[in-house]
Design a protein around this ligand. Structure first.
Ligand code: IMJ
Length: 254
């Protein structure tokens, strides 16, 4: 069978370590024949991401702190020589304390930070990369159920994911006429590094596995294969969509 992303180039933001969903997505994209461009945030992450990029056979590793306009401009400049077919946005951050305090206590600065890194970054990246994107390009962002439902402690991140999903729809509307599709994957809980930091995460995983229609948790490879679909020509009719890859958990009302 022919590979689904043969001849395509993918820019993947958010590979931080081997547990990252972005890492699983990069592996699946490489398996399907895509050329990979990875980004890292800050010098501290550079070596780690370069190591992972070598394992993946990535073509290039580029700096991209999404809070710095200058780095986004440089990213756009570095990409100008080539073309990008697919972008994966797998970036989020909130102050740790904002994931524990009551949501009503969220500070102005903490709210703004979560929005900037986790939601506005999709707009900034889309603007930077759209000029080098091919007709039939795609942008996929990672979201979570906490965007539309109240999940204990998700708090300011839930509001940021709501903004991310809304931004995805506006971008889908504006970039659609140029052939660029924009979607979200809403993944079930996965024990990534940023989830490990969450108190009682194991009980969250157990709760979902007991109730989800498939009676199990989500594997990174399942999220990655959905990302392959969206980035491939098989996804050509899909834009403005939130695709749940969560063992069906979101359909349960009780
Ligand atoms: C995060 C917090 C609370 C509940 C949570 C999560 N559940 C899940 C997550 C149920 C699945 C993981 N998730 C979907 C995220 O988007 C995580 C984002 C995040 C995590 C951290 C931890 C360390 C830190 N800042 C963070 N910012 C964002 O300092």
């Amino acid at each position: 069978m022919s590979r689904l992303l043969e001849g395509k180039t993918a820019l993947i933001l958010g590979v931080a370590n081997q547990w990252s969903l972005a890492y699983a997505i990069a592996q699946a994209f490489a398996r399907e024949g895509a050329g990979l461009l990875l980004t890292y945030q800050g010098e501290r992450q550079r070596q780690t991401v370069e190591g992972l990029a070598a394992e993946l056979g990535a073509r290039q590793v580029l700096p991209c702190d999404v809070t710095e306009d200058e780095e986004l401009a440089q990213l756009a400049e570095s990409l100008r020589a080539g073309r990008v077919d697919a972008v994966v946005h797998s970036i989020a951050f909130a102050n740790r304390e904002d994931l524990y305090k009551p949501f009503v206590e969220t500070s102005r600065a903490g709210y703004a930070l979560a929005q900037e890194v986790s939601a506005y970054s999709l707009v900034a990246v889309a603007r930077a990369v759209a000029p080098v994107m091919t007709e039939a390009g795609s942008i996929t962002a990672l979201s979570y159920l906490g965007a539309t439902r109240v999940v204990p402690n998700y708090n300011v991140m839930g509001v940021a994911k709501a903004a991310l999903e809304s931004a995805m729809r506006y971008l889908a509307s504006e970039l659609g006429p140029r052939g660029i599709r924009v979607n979200c994957i809403s993944a079930g809980p996965v024990k990534t590094a940023s989830a490990r930091a969450i108190r009682d995460f194991s009980s969250i995983l157990d709760h979902v596995a007991e109730r989800a229609p498939l009676r199990r948790n989500t594997e990174p490879a399942e999220v990655a294969d959905a990302a392959v679909f969206l980035a491939s020509d098989l996804g050509r009719g899909v834009t403005g969509n939130v695709l749940f890859v969560d063992s069906g958990f979101q359909v349960m009302g009780f």
